[in-house]
Design a protein around this ligand. Structure first.
Ligand code: ZN
Length: 162
C-alpha cells in the first residue's frame, strides 16, 4: 500500500499515521514517500512503510499564545508546544487539560483527538490532535467519552499498537 493511500484510509479520529524507513529505522510524521537520510544511496526506495505513532512524547519547547490566529480567538490564551514523540518526530500542538503554569519542558504528554477550531460562517469544524498530560494529576479522564473505562492510578499502563 502506498503512503498516500495509507494516509487517506487511516481513520481521521486518530490521525498520527507516519512512515518509517525500514533501511535506517527513521520515523517521519507527516509520512514521507522516501527517506532523506537514505535517498542519496537510493536505499529508501520501496523501503518506506506506514507507521502509526503512539502519540506519547515529551514537551521540548512551549509558548503561551495570547494573540490567536484567526479561528482560534475563543481559545486564548493557550499553550503551544513542540513535542518530541517517543518515536522521534517532533510535533507542534496545543497542550490542553493542564494549568499553563504546570506546562514545563520534559512534561510527558499524549496526543488526543480534539476539535481544533470552528469556522463560524461556513460551519466547518476542523479536527486534529492536541496534547494532554500523560500522567493525569487530577485523576479525571482526559476525555468524557472514556469515562469509566480507564482504571485510575495506573499511568504506566500502555497499550502498544499491534
Ligand atoms: Zn532511511
Amino acid at each position: 500500500m502506498s503512503i498516500a493511500r495509507f494516509w487517506r484510509e487511516t481513520p481521521r479520529r486518530y490521525n498520527l499515521g507516519g512512515s518509517r524507513c525500514t533501511a535506517c529505522g527513521t520515523v517521519y510524521f507527516p509520512p514521507r514517500p522516501v527517506c532523506p537520510e537514505c535517498t542519496h544511496h537510493r536505499q529508501s526506495i520501496e523501503k518506506m512503510v506506514p507507521f502509526q505513532l503512539s502519540g506519547a512524547g515529551e514537551v521540548v519547547s512551549y509558548t503561551v499564545v495570547h494573540e490567536a490566529a484567526e479561528g482560534f480567538e475563543m481559545q486564548v490564551p493557550y499553550v503551544l508546544a513542540l513535542v518530541r514523540t517517543d518515536e522521534g518526530p517532533v510535533l507542534t500542538g496545543q497542550v490542553v487539560d493542564v494549568d499553563h503554569g504546570q506546562v514545563a519542558i520534559g512534561l510527558r504528554v499524549r496526543a488526543t483527538f480534539r476539535k481544533l477550531r470552528e469556522e463560524g460562517r461556513a460551519g466547518v469544524i476542523h479536527y486534529g490532535y492536541k496534547f494532554s498530560p500523560a500522567d493525569d494529576p487530577g485523576g479525571g479522564p482526559p476525555s468524557p467519552a472514556r469515562t469509566g473505562t480507564v482504571p485510575a492510578g495506573s499511568p504506566a499502563t500502555e497499550r502498544s499498537p499491534t
